[in-house]
Design a binder for this molecule. Structure first.
Ligand code: FES
Length: 112
C-alpha cells in the first residue's frame, strides 16, 4: 500500500448521490457518492474560493454555487465556465466502511 493513504470518512456518512466536505490534514476534500461509487476531489472550486460540497450535484457533475462553473466529479474535467482549471481528484480506496484516499495519486491512479 502507498504511504500517503489517509482515511476521510465512513461510506455510511454520504447518502446516495450526495456530497460532503471533510478536513484532512491541511486539505479540504469533497467526497461524492455516485450511485454507491465513491469519488474524492478538492472541495475548493478552481475558479475562486467556494466550497463545491455546497454546490449542485447532478449526473456526476458538480456545479459551483458561486458562479455556476462545473466539473466532472470522476475526472475533474471542467464542464462549464468560468472555470478553466481542472479540479484535483484523488485515488479512492475503500477499506471496510471507510473511504480512504491516496494523497499522491489522482482518480486514475496517476501521480498527482
Ligand atoms: Fe466556482 Fe466561481 S468560484 S465558479
Amino acid at each position: 500500500m502507498a504511504d500517503n493513504v489517509v482515511r476521510v470518512c465512513a461510506q455510511s456518512e454520504i447518502g446516495p448521490d450526495s456530497v460532503k466536505a471533510y478536513e484532512v490534514g491541511d486539505r479540504r476534500l469533497a467526497v461524492f457518492n455516485l450511485g454507491g461509487e465513491f469519488y474524492v476531489t478538492d472541495d475548493e472550486c478552481t475558479h475562486a474560493a467556494a466550497s463545491l460540497a455546497e454546490g449542485m450535484l447532478e449526473d456526476g457533475i458538480i456545479e459551483c454555487c458561486l458562479h455556476f462553473g462545473a466539473f466532472d466529479v470522476k475526472t475533474g474535467e471542467v464542464k462549464a465556465p468560468p472555470c478553466s482549471q481542472a479540479l484535483r481528484t484523488y485515488k479512492v480506496l475503500l477499506q471496510g466502511d471507510d473511504v480512504c484516499v491516496d494523497l499522491d495519486k489522482n482518480a486514475a491512479g496517476e501521480p498527482a
